[in-house]
Design a protein around this ligand. Structure first.
Ligand SMILES: [Zn+2]
Length: 274
């Protein structure tokens, strides 16, 4: 039977925050319980500093410093994720860039469905692989950074996505919430390449382009047909090479999506978080 954990408001969040400051957060890669307090409670007593978020979004100068401040301004929801054993990728590698697609309106749903989830969380071992990939990228291409568009995705958001795409041509691009996406376990990441100021490289399609042009397995054909350029395919290869060298598995149908482990390993080690 699954245990339910609920966050108990600001006092508990304060204690957790104090514990994090004093002891650092736990990085135990253990299976987690599954239920996380969501928007109802989180919005009521949100501790995300909206001024800080606005500054982060509007001013690219000193971006790294501001991201570190942002790390310290986690919402209760995010503190709850840490309590369940996930880690903020910016704690593992502060030089990563993070702009969550589903925490903006720039996604296929046209809505911010993440609320107080503003930064990317992963299982610790997946976050370590991501750091390894980023180190490799910076070594090979010092001007480039990994820009994270999604990490852990709550299953309740997966349900919402599924309702939109079910029985449409978009269905193959969204995992059925009943079996769960690897994102729901905190072991998958969506990302692209960017310059240090956040300017994205041209990958041929945006992230979440639900069409065949996004499929790595068709790249060579699209290159021959002139639907993708040499540069776009080369950019995808740079991303794929550093991610697979760090141990990630890439999908044949989405250039931006990478799993930290195969599905059987993920299911044996972790639980879905709702
Ligand atoms: Zn993905």
């Amino acid at each position: 039977m699954r245990k339910r954990r609920k966050l108990q408001g600001t006092r508990r969040a304060g204690l957790i925050a104090a514990a994090i400051l004093v002891f650092g957060y736990a990085t135990i890669d253990a299976p987690s319980t599954t239920n996380l307090s969501w928007a109802d409670e989180a919005t009521e007593s949100s501790s995300v500093d909206s001024t800080l978020v606005a500054r982060l979004q509007t001013d690219d100068e000193h971006r790294g410093e501001k991201q570190s401040e942002y790390v310290r301004a986690l919402s209760e929801l995010e503190l709850g994720l840490q309590e369940l054993g996930l880690v903020n990728v910016l704690d593992v590698d502060p030089t990563l860039l993070v702009e969550l697609k589903y925490a903006s309106e720039d996604n296929f749903m046209g809505a911010d469905v993440y609320g107080d989830l503003r930064t990317a969380f992963l299982r610790p071992s997946a976050a370590q692989k991501l750091k390894k990939a980023h180190d490799l990228l910076k070594e090979r291409h010092p001007e480039l950074r990994l820009l994270i568009a999604d990490g852990f995705r709550p299953r309740r958001v997966q349900h919402r996505m599924w309702e939109i795409v079910r029985d449409t041509p978009m269905q193959p691009y969204v995992a059925n919430p009943h079996s769960g996406s690897i994102h729901n376990y905190g072991a998958a990441v969506d990302l692209t390449l960017a310059l240090a100021d956040g300017t994205r490289l041209d990958m041929g399609t945006p992230i979440d382009h639900f069409g065949i042009l996004a499929q790595p397995r068709e790249e060579q054909r699209f290159l021959r047909e002139g639907k993708l350029t040499e540069e776009q395919v080369a950019n995808r290869l740079i991303l794929r090479e550093v991610m697979t060298a760090a141990g990630f598995i890439h999908l044949p149908i989405e250039w931006w999506h990478f799993d930290a482990f195969d599905r059987a390993t993920v299911r044996s080690r972790y639980e879905i978080i709702d």
